[in-house]
Write a new protein. Structure first.
Length: 140
């Protein structure tokens, strides 16, 4: 399904906001710190070495611009989108891809995917092309 134009995009944004709801006691509100975290001496913190939590290998999924977490078939998952115009979904327990990548905004100068959301069993993506894409994620 594809939505074009301001009215279609605004309608989907309102729908997503209604589905996700506002902040409440069960939904924490995250605030941005007043200044970036630094170690003693003012240097930025070093990245932690690879440990028991693993590292997500994006498998050629370059220049990731946005991620979203959710559940797919009852499993914790993350969706990521990048400048190559693909949306990928990953199983957080195994760090393995779930299914094949979904095509979104085609990579072109100045065009990219900037938003992705996992809402229930629906994946929503949008980019610079004034379109939103939705996919229903079947249990895999």
């Amino acid at each position: 399904m594809e939505f074009r134009g301001f009215a279609g995009i605004a309608g989907v944004v309102v729908l997503c906001a209604a589905l996700l709801g506002g902040a409440g006691p069960e939904r924490p509100v995250w605030t941005r710190p007043a200044k970036p975290c630094t170690e003693a001496g003012g240097a930025p913190p070093a990245l932690a070495p690879r440990g028991p939590h693993g590292v997500l290998d994006a498998g050629g999924h370059g220049d990731v611009s946005t991620v979203s977490t959710g559940h797919v078939a009852g499993r914790a998952a993350v969706a990521s989108a990048g400048s190559e115009g693909l949306v990928r979904v990953w199983d957080l327990a195994t760090l393995a891809p779930i299914g094949t990548p979904f095509p979104g905004e085609r990579a072109a100068p100045g065009r990219s995917l900037y938003a992705v959301a996992l809402v229930g069993d629906t994946l929503i993506a949008g980019g610079t092309g004034e379109a939103l894409w939705t996919w229903r994620l079947a249990p895999r």
